[in-house]
Design a protein around this ligand. Structure first.
Ligand code: HEC
Length: 105
């Protein structure tokens, strides 16, 4: 009797984790490395700022994920912020934007 409920619950769980992430674990680790080393070279190893501004949850409050993802993908003309489009998919840029908004160590 309870089985259909369980099946539906696990399907929901699977669907949710797939859409929340959509990025396989090994690629996520690569992206976090990129964030630390490549982005960190300008934004600071702990993203607290350097040549580039801090990418911390407090500083990014009020800035939509879409806006941050667009900055990551296209860079900012006239500033040292480069475009990462050649290296990242839209979904990966969204994911990175979410990570910095939530706070990554
Ligand atoms: C060569 C230096 C450099 C590198 C490397 C770099 N950035 Fe930036 N980034 C900047 C600068 C400078 C700005 C500020 C641009 C401006 O004045 O608007 C910026 C701005 C940003 C912003 C907007 C912040 C805000 O408050 O609006 C985000 C998000 C961002 N960078 C993410 C990244 C990510 C993610 C990476 C790595 C994939 C990265 N940056 C790599 C220099 C860099």
């Amino acid at each position: 009797m309870k089985q259909p409920v369980l099946i539906i619950a696990s399907l929901l769980f699977l669907a949710q984790s797939a859409s929340a992430a959509g990025i396989p674990e090994p690629r996520r680790i690569e992206l976090l490395n990129l964030l630390k080393h490549d982005c960190g070279s300008c934004h600071g190893l702990s993203l607290k700022g350097g040549l580039g501004p801090p990418l911390t949850p407090t500083k990014l409050q009020g800035k939509p994920v879409d806006f941050l993802a667009a900055t990551i993908l296209y860079g900012r003309t006239g500033t040292p912020m480069p475009p990462w489009r050649p290296f990242l998919t839209n979904r990966e840029a969204d994911w990175l934007a979410q990570q910095i908004k939530e706070g990554v160590q």
